[in-house]
Design a protein around this ligand. Structure first.
Ligand code: SF4
Length: 167
């Protein structure tokens, strides 16, 4: 038997979602690990048109998508659950995003969806370079995102993490 695709799992999960905006975490739990190719060389951009439709774009506090607090994470996942671009977001995030809530999943959940370890030496090196660029305050968020070919939200999330570490 072959593993179900992420699309199939999501379709199943979304169809079972409760009508209320309160998100039932148990319903959304992905049923099985999915084997997907993952390399840091394959980083791609989530199209702006997709991002603009995301519930997180309109969130009053975007930091909840990059918070260690369980309550924040659950709130972020609740928004993802009613997001019209959840499937595209998750497919993108499985390949590209190491931190934060994306596509209704935590980093740990996305790790189970990959066939290789998430934190590679290349990723660590790139994360350190992004951190240096943020701390240097020379490039804008847009420029840093373009430089590393990641979504701007990733840079905002790095910044949130750095602020948290500094506080
Ligand atoms: S699925 Fe979640 S993280 Fe992705 S665009 Fe929608 S609200 Fe944002």
């Amino acid at each position: 038997m072959t593993d179900p695709s992420s699309s199939e799992l999501l379709r199943t999960s979304k169809s079972e979602l409760p009508k209320s905006t309160h998100f039932d975490r148990k319903v959304f739990t992905l049923a099985a690990p999915i084997q997907l190719p993952f390399t840091n060389q394959e980083v791609e951009q989530l199209p702006k048109e997709v991002i603009q439709q995301g519930m997180c774009s309109a969130a009053s506090d975007p930091d909840i998508f990059f918070s260690d607090a369980k309550a924040d994470q659950e709130e972020a996942v609740s928004l993802c659950a009613i997001c019209p671009v959840l499937e595209a977001c998750l497919n993108y995030a499985i390949k590209n995003e190491m931190y934060g809530i994306w596509g209704g999943t935590t980093p740990e959940e996305r790790q189970t969806l990959r066939s290789v370890p998430v934190i590679t030496p290349e990723f660590r090196r790139e994360a350190a370079e992004i951190r240096n660029d943020i701390e240097a305050e020379i490039l804008t968020v847009t420029q840093i995102a373009a430089k590393y070919r990641v979504d701007e939200r990733s840079i905002y999330r790095y910044k949130a993490r750095l602020r948290k570490e500094a506080s």
